[in-house]
Ligand binder design. Sequence first.
Ligand code: EPU
Length: 338
Amino acid sequence: MNILENISLKAYNTFGIDVKAKSFVEITSLLQLQKALQLSAYPERFVISGGSNMLLTKDIDALVMYINLKGISIVEEDENSIIIKVMAGENWHELVLWCLERGYGGLENLSLIPGNTGTAPIQNIGAYGVEIKDVFVACEAMDVESLELIEFSKEDCKFGYRDSIFKKEVKGKYIITSVALKLTKRDHKLLTFYGAIESQLQRKEIVYPTITDISDAVIVIRKSKLPDPKELGNSGSFFKNPIISKKTFKVFQKKNPEAPFYELEDGNYKIPAGWLIEQCGFKGERIGDAGVHEKQALVLVNYGGATGKEIWELALKIQSEVRNTFQIEISPEVNVIK
Ligand code: EPU
């Protein structure tokens, strides 16, 4: 096993934060993963894969395990649907394209989300009315203590809005190694009502969209609002959209009749944090190399040399301003490593 010492993690996190890993190992097989978990000289471990949902604010004084397990295989299929098993290190958007090329539907609304497949269930990635839970069958994860591979069914994962059991009860206890997804081969369930998809399709004069048309529309919309991490370091939405009770919402709406909102099935309301942040005047704000994206206030960006601490300080400032202005608490969606 090739263990490197004192390695910069800049290329391994989409924020592009330049912190160091005390030790670093790339994992390309399950056997390697088991071996790395047994290294007694490295009792402290830190798992990284796509690095698209974390803000690193300090050097990592541990063995960084870079999960780069590859492979896609077919578990079962009939004329209507297919179940595929995707190894954790497969890039998410490349997987979406792989499915589109073969005519498998279900992931098109989730086009262009940065990161890898193995970490997607942890925060139940979602966009344009679809979440990974909608196509999720199960995942396999290695128990970091017993080194056994355990299967988690969809129910086991307890998916919620940007949430799962892997963020709560079993946090840090398992490393997801593969994910099984069920996709459609015909009669695709096309979801076009959300956001700007419909108007983008109209602009292209598409009346009967294919799954590829939807993916193309999502890509255009995302590119118009969200910065490409390769060009401008970021981690997508930095905060979650806050969910408030009906009672709190009524008070909020009275004061802010123009605010966008979504009514949820359980009677609560979701308010776009991007709107709240923009109202507080932060859109396009820049302090040193830490900034708020000029087209989407929910996205914090690194103009190049920002430290994780500087971005976190900006996030805290935003959080407190939103609290003071709207009496609403917004909490980070990204995993802040403090
Ligand atoms: N808005 C503003 N100002 C802004 C940003 C947004 O007023 O600077 C308003 C918009 O006008 C719109 C509303 O807020 O009325 C919602 O904005 P948008 O459609 O851009 O979506 P979002 O709620 O900000 C969520 C997800 C995104 C996902 C999009 C599309 C979260 C935390 N974020 O963003 O997911 O792509 O919906 O489905 O739920 C991510 O998780 O990293 C991510 C990018």
